[in-house]
Ligand binder design. Structure first.
Ligand code: NI
Length: 188
């Protein structure tokens, strides 16, 4: 079936357009606790997302890939949602909006609120949040205290519970990272 065969393929031009936009938006930002460009995070989240597209049937591949590349632009840079909408359309903008925490809420409510908004989006957007946390469960910045590391691990379990059904591939990778992350608790 040609339709099914093409489902997991994404358009490199769509990828590149989103990558260039994200690169300009994140500019000179670096990864927390590192000299590497922040764009490394963005591209790693895209790689995790593409892994799900390769192993599973997700028809809106470009939506997933563009949301992955753009997922932190509104939350972490001066870029506005209107700019994302004008450039990439409603589906991508709505996905990025759901992936962005609402600063007006108390801190403890921001992630649960974002997860519920992601659940109103297509599964392709869920992939990005799973991919984001898989990526972020690498070794934490040295200055993170243990309480923060433990809270981050527990929050990752919530992400897996709420969104894992969208992707067995990413749910499995997330569960493994959550387990591995235990090694970083007690160092902080
Ligand atoms: Ni991120």
């Amino acid at each position: 079936m040609l339709r099914a065969m093409s489902a997991s393929h994404f358009d490199p031009d769509a990828y590149t357009e989103a990558l260039r936009f994200a690169a300009a938006a994140h500019g000179a930002q670096t990864l927390p606790g590192s000299d590497l460009p922040y764009l490394v995070h963005v591209v790693t989240v895209a790689a995790e997302t593409i892994a799900a597209l390769t192993h599973e049937h997700h028809p809106q591949a470009d939506l997933a890939v563009q949301c992955a590349l753009l997922h932190d632009t509104v939350e972490d840079t001066p870029v506005t949602l209107d700019e994302v909408r004008a450039r990439f359309g409603d589906a991508v903008a709505d996905g990025v909006a759901a992936l962005s925490k609402d600063d007006s809420l108390p801190k403890a409510e921001r992630m649960p609120d974002s997860l519920e908004r992601i659940r109103e989006q297509p599964h392709e957007v869920w992939l990005v949040k799973l991919a984001d946390r898989i990526t972020n469960l690498a070794r934490p910045p040295h200055y993170w205290p243990d309480e923060k590391r433990e809270a981050y691990r527990i929050e990752a379990m919530l992400i897996g519970e709420r969104l894992g059904e969208a992707s067995p591939t990413l749910a499995g990778r997330l569960a493994a990272r959550i387990e591995d992350y235990k090694a970083y608790i007690g160092e902080g």
